[in-house]
Design a protein around this ligand. Sequence first.
Ligand code: ASP
Length: 332
Amino acid sequence: MSTKPQGGISRRGFIANSTLIATAVSLAPARRAPAQQSVPAAVPCFVSTWKFGQLANERSRQVYQETHSVLDAVEQGIRLVEEDASNGSVGLGGIPNADGIVQLDACIMYGPGQKAGSVAALSGILHPISVARQVMEKTRHVMLVGEGARQFALREGFPEVDLLTEERVEAWNKWKAEQAAAEPPEPVGHDTIALVGIDKRGNVAGGCSTSGMGYKLPGRVGDSPILGSGLYVDNSVGGAGATGVGENVMRFCGCFMVVEAMRHGMHPSEACAATIRRIAAMDGRPMSELHINFVAVDRHGNHGAAGTDPSFDYAATTAEASDVLPAVHVVS
Ligand code: ASP
């Protein structure tokens, strides 16, 4: 029998107070900001998952300053993470699937006109975020997967790249040797860059890119390329991105829920925490088993994040400031 989590919050750092989160499940009308924040609400603004998002945000800020395009800014910020093999599991150096092949998932969204493009289970291409943008801009479709996505990327002139680093091959070989014949294999760690930008006029763009859950079954697609799950933007509200176990986000349209909560007046950190509590209540397992984390920003540049993983943090960058900030840690 499942245990219904009670959904308490443990506070990390300065962010949010307990009353704010205790009221988060109801559609609280107040848009209460955290007590103090080193990156005050302002536009343009870029937020992203994890510490490694800070450099991506700063690249986005620079591109925005040069091009005045929040879509270009988001795409270029994410490309920086995709070509850096030192981060967890995005693009080059991504974690392979159970067959030893790196399969990437990504999507991009643009608020004006609610435009979107997405690719899933894409192998041998360094920049899935840019392929997703080409799907959005050059096809009548929204999502391409697997070999079809790869062929499309090659036709569009993306070079074929070996995404496996020596380190990843070594780790995969070790993992493979340790696996018993019995199925299913035990998957390992993962991380995602989800980055949302707001331009000076409040227009929203977002993107998400990952190799997904390590040693996943070949063909497995996570939440990251699924609009409304790993990423969602709404130009009249703002945007949200997710990282964690995709299976526990995509069953609930997690990022859509976060954006809807902001539409009903919640501060972004409240909206992220309320969504996690709602997911946990439906799922029935304790928070600590869910591994779901959200970052969000509204069209005015208010930003925040919440997660069930105590290590989850997020990066926020405006014209004036840039920092890595603690997310609200949501516990059972
Ligand atoms: N959400 C991604 C997936 O499940 C992985 C991650 O964010 O760590 O594919």
